[in-house]
Design a protein around this ligand. Structure first.
Ligand code: CU
Length: 163
């Protein structure tokens, strides 16, 4: 995530925190795919739901673990992550580079009520599922993490290897 983008998203988030309570239904809304609005990142881009080549089910639990926590995908592949929350508290799956995840986790510590709903993340309430459709356009090792306060620090992080 670019610095500017992160700042813009803090500013926007503060506005939306004032406007609505955290955890409202907006979180559950699906990401709309609009090819004109897709941003390329160092770890790929929002994928076209019509081009999904593979679905990966990921479980998120209150022991602060993703299962599986280690996935391998092919470069260029569009993947649908179906993230199920089998715990009792809110969890989320956020895709990114190691640096972006670490930076985002630091922001979450400063602004725990921060709202965010980019295409690379899914916030999932207990017993619900969320989705991320992502095209991995770059080879490399990336992460997915839960950035709810304390979760990432407790080890709620996984690895995506793109080759
Ligand atoms: Cu979590």
């Amino acid at each position: 995530m670019k610095k500017l983008h992160a700042l813009a998203f803090v500013a926007l988030s503060l506005v939306s925190v004032a406007a609505s309570a955290h955890g409202d239904e907006d979180h559950a809304r699906k990401h709309v795919y609009d090819p004109k609005k897709v941003e390329t990142t160092a770890f790929g881009q929002q994928g076209d739901p019509k081009k999904v080549a593979r679905t990966i089910q990921v479980d998120m639990a209150d022991n602060m673990r993703f299962t599986p926590s280690d996935v391998t995908v092919e470069k260029g592949q569009t993947v649908r992550f179906v993230a199920h929350n089998s715990g009792q508290v809110l969890h989320e799956m956020v895709l990114g580079t190691q640096d972006a995840i670490a930076g985002h986790a630091a922001l979450m510590r400063k602004f725990p009520e921060m709202e965010h709903a980019d295409a690379n993340m899914a916030h999932v309430k207990p017993n619900k599922t969320g989705e991320i459709v992502w095209q991995f356009t770059q080879a490399g090792e990336f992460q997915f993490a839960c950035l709810q306060p304390g979760h990432f620090e407790a080890g709620m992080v996984g690895k995506v290897l793109v080759k």
